[in-house]
Design a protein around this ligand. Structure first.
Ligand code: DGL
Length: 268
């Protein structure tokens, strides 16, 4: 592998652009190829087998484009397909998911504490955060709740308004999430409602989003392996399996600026 190769990033849609944005901030010399599988979103309601099949197809696209790293910027895909992708990709590229950097942060900062988690049905049902935390530190008590409405709410532009306040309050008031010291945002759409969630808790609960942790773990990997790119990066590419103008308009929410989406079919 060489420093000139791009970083591949994928998600079920455009939510993973929150991770791409954090990567761009932390690693401005790297070139990114982002793939949003908009033809198959949401992943959160899909079976593990379906998400695994999509993830392999996307990995093939990113490998063909010569990516040195593949970042799984989606919790649902990270929980369903990380092990399979590592085996499939082998030495061709390094795989980073959004779960392991968050597990390290929680172990470092919340040992012995009660930690809540909200995410898609797929992520919560997989129980992967609980398993990974318990394997390192059994004193962390994880309390999980699937919050499937939030992805649709955010994609429709409902945040920081009366409707989003009510939906967030209804979910966070659930008995499953009481008396927690921190809350893991286990979905790459949720950074957009991080402030609202912090306000709900009156800043008394730490609200944890993984995008910056993922970017720093990527930076550490590239530095340790001598794969950090210097100088001007090649232009980023943003590919989607199904193009609509509304997807393109929504990129501003997640990436901070509108980016041009190119259609790229997964299956011929
Ligand atoms: N971005 C996905 C995640 O982090 C959620 C969206 C979806 O369900 O496809 O789990």
């Amino acid at each position: 592998m060489s420093p000139d190769q791009p970083i591949g990033i994928f998600d079920s849609g455009i939510g993973g652009l929150t991770v791409a944005h954090a990567i761009q901030q932390a690693l401005p010399h790297e070139s990114m190829i982002y793939f949003g599988d908009t033809a198959h979103l949401p992943y959160g309601d899909k079976s593990e087998a379906a998400i695994q099949a999509y993830s392999i197809k996307i990995a093939d696209v990113l490998l063909k484009m010569n990516c040195k790293v593949i970042v799984i910027a989606c919790n649902s895909a990270s929980s369903a397909a990380t092990d399979l992708l590592k085996e499939y990709v082998g030495k061709r590229a390094h795989i980073i998911n959004v779960i392991d950097p968050m597990v390290s942060l929680v172990v470092d900062q919340f040992s012995g504490k009660r930690v809540g988690l909200i995410g898609t049905k797929r992520t919560v049902q997989s129980n992967v955060y609980a398993q990974k935390l318990a394997a390192i530190d059994t004193s962390i008590h994880l309390q999980q709740l699937a919050t499937p409405l939030l992805v649709h709410m955010i994609e429709e532009g409902f945040f920081d308004n009366r409707i989003s306040h009510d939906i967030i309050a209804q979910y966070l008031g659930d008995p499953a999430l009481q008396n927690i010291d921190a809350l893991i945002l286990a979905c790459t759409h949720y950074p957009l409602i991080k402030k609202e969630i912090g306000a709900y808790y009156q800043q008394q609960v730490a609200v944890l989003d993984s995008s910056e942790e993922v970017a720093s773990s990527l930076k550490k990997y590239l530095t340790d392996t001598g794969l950090l790119h210097q100088g001007l990066p090649a232009p980023h590419k943003f590919l989607v399996s199904d193009y609509t103008e509304s997807f393109e308009a929504s990129t501003k929410l997640f990436f901070g600026e509108v980016v041009h989406l190119e259609k790229h079919r997964l299956w011929e």
